[in-house]
Design a protein around this ligand. Structure first.
Ligand SMILES: [Ca+2]
Ligand SMILES: [Ca+2]
Ligand SMILES: [Ca+2]
Ligand SMILES: [Ca+2]
Length: 495
């Protein structure tokens, strides 16, 4: 396993152990370790000149000049001095594994602006690249763009960290193939991508409806990527979907992110579009597999929270997905959309949904493998040690799926049935589920879903969970006291 997939083991991942609801405010640690900064440093300043040598005393003037200059090599750093730069920056070269990344870093408060924020087609980003690798893009504010903020096509070994995109026409950050390639393995053109500690705010801000060229894709899109880590980012306010890993993206993780205020268009019924998930795994035109989604806080999104699906059933499927330690609350609008806390649709197999806390969504757990998208009947879904509480409409639905294990979960007793549906359901093993009048969170109204000593969720969990889930969302070991607790947070106080 390489450095990216190592992150799926929380015991050895320094980022994960620092995680919590406030993790995105922390300075990243050691995550950029592969970056080699031993090379030369060059400078860009608003009062420089592109005829200068690019030193601190005689800096260049434009960022795009710097990223294309022959003298800049793998392992070098370009420091962009404070100020506002209005230009499109097209990365013109690559670093390499021997000499390291090329670092493009904001050396203070640097704002990048689209020179023409209305004109610009599909794939344009204020920072953009095609078929390049080994760049570390660090610390920029990018605002008011025609399409993306940062757009990386056919990219490898990229780190995008500590940036803030604001009011982008389409995605804040997107990794994508140059063309659709008709799907299949050919569309997996990106490798080893880390998107860390960024803020993506008001993505798809010019979206007007289906077919609008300025508002396609999602706030943070991982498209056709083998090996990815999307960690500790904050997404707030966005017209469409939030974090979307799709079209055969695989061997990756989405963790420690805060996702709120996405799918603002939902309920407005603009040309038939009704929003999308805050975190979305969509296999689409190629096989998607081996993905961990954990330690995310997903709340106050207008539509669904975390959904696993396959929009193109006849090409590729989705398998080996783990969803754990997520806190998911107040998503959806009853009567307007499904408001799913965690959803599993068709063409999906081998999903483990473990130790999540889901509260006050329209419905908490939605497993329906056929009617929605077509494809084969989903199978082998494990739902264990979760808390499903205080839903607006119902606990959820389970149907059209085979081999479902639903055990050791806690439900609030608001509804007669643990789940609706039930047709086309083969081999459900439901056991040791508990219903309670109140979960006894620290604060249901205040959205603090740690457990109090009175909670029934304490010590009644199944020990049969993967190694990946042995640490709770706060970074504490599970199985304290007399047993393992349900939900994202292990109780560690006295009872
Ligand atoms: Ca433009
Ligand atoms: Ca597919
Ligand atoms: Ca169905
Ligand atoms: Ca315990």
């Amino acid at each position: 396993m390489d450095a990216i997939t190592n992150s799926s083991n929380p015991l050895v991942d320094p980022i994960q152990t620092m995680n919590g609801a406030s993790s995105s405010t922390l300075t990243p640690v050691s995550i950029a370790s592969p970056v080699n900064n031993s090379g030369a440093a060059y400078y860009v300043s608003t009062n420089g000149s592109d005829d200068n040598p690019g030193t601190s005393d005689q800096p260049w003037k434009t960022v795009n000049y710097a990223v294309n200059k022959d003298i800049v090599k793998a392992g070098d750093t370009i420091l962009v001095q404070p100020g506002t730069y209005t230009e499109l920056i097209t990365l013109g070269k690559s670093g390499n594994s021997e000499s390291g990344y090329i670092t493009l870093k904001a050396n203070g408060n640097v704002t990048l602006r689209d020179p023409d924020p209305i004109v610009g087609g599909f794939r344009e980003g204020v920072i953009q690249s095609a078929n390049k690798g080994y760049w570390n893009i660090d610390g920029f504010r990018i605002e008011n763009t025609s399409w993306a903020g940062i757009s990386l096509r056919d990219a490898n070994n990229m780190i995008v960290q500590n940036n803030h995109t604001y009011e982008t026409g389409a995605s804040g950050i997107i990794v994508l193939p140059e063309t659709y390639y008709d799907g299949g393995e050919r569309e997996i053109t990106n490798k080893n991508i880390k998107i860390l500690n960024n803020t993506v705010e008001r993505a798809n801000w010019r979206w007007q409806g289906n077919g609008d060229e300025n508002g396609t894709q999602e706030a943070l899109s991982i498209w056709g990527v083998d090996g990815f880590e999307v960690a500790n980012n904050t997404l707030k306010e966005g017209s469409r979907e939030g974090i979307d890993a799709k079209v055969g993206s695989r061997n990756g993780s989405i963790h420690g992110n805060i996702v709120t205020g996405q799918a603002l268009v939902s309920g407005t019924f603009i040309r038939g579009y009704n929003g999308g998930p805050a975190i979305y795994l969509d296999g689409n035109r190629a096989d998607m597999f081996n993905i961990d989604v954990y330690d995310n806080v997903v709340f106050n999104n207008t539509a669904d929270a975390i959904v696993i699906a396959d929009e193109v059933p006849n090409q590729g499927d989705v398998s080996n997905i783990r969803i754990y330690n997520n806190v998911v609350y107040n998503n959806g609008i009853r009567g307007v959309n499904g408001g799913q806390g965690i959803g599993v649709n068709s063409n999906v197999r081998n999903v483990e949904i473990v130790n999540n806390t889901l509260v006050k969504n329209v419905q908490e757990i939605f497993i329906d493998g056929i009617d929605y998208l077509g494809g084969y009947k989903s199978h082998d879904i494990l739902v264990r040690n979760n808390i499903f509480s205080d839903s607006a409409y119902r606990n959820g639905i389970i149907e059209d799926v085979d081999n479902v294990t639903l055990d050791n979960n806690l439900f609030s007793d608001k509804f007669e049935r643990l789940y609706d549906g039930g047709s086309g359901l083969g081999n459900l093993k439901a056991s040791n589920n508990t219903t309670v009048k109140s979960v006894e969170f620290v604060s249901l109204d205040g959205n603090d879903f740690h457990l109090t000593s009175a909670s029934r969720a304490i010590d009644i969990g199944s020990l049969e969970i993967g190694q990946y889930a042995q640490i709770d969302m706060d970074g504490k070991p599970r199985n304290q006291g007399a047993g393992l607790d349900l939900g994202a947070y292990e109780y560690s106080g006295l009872r």
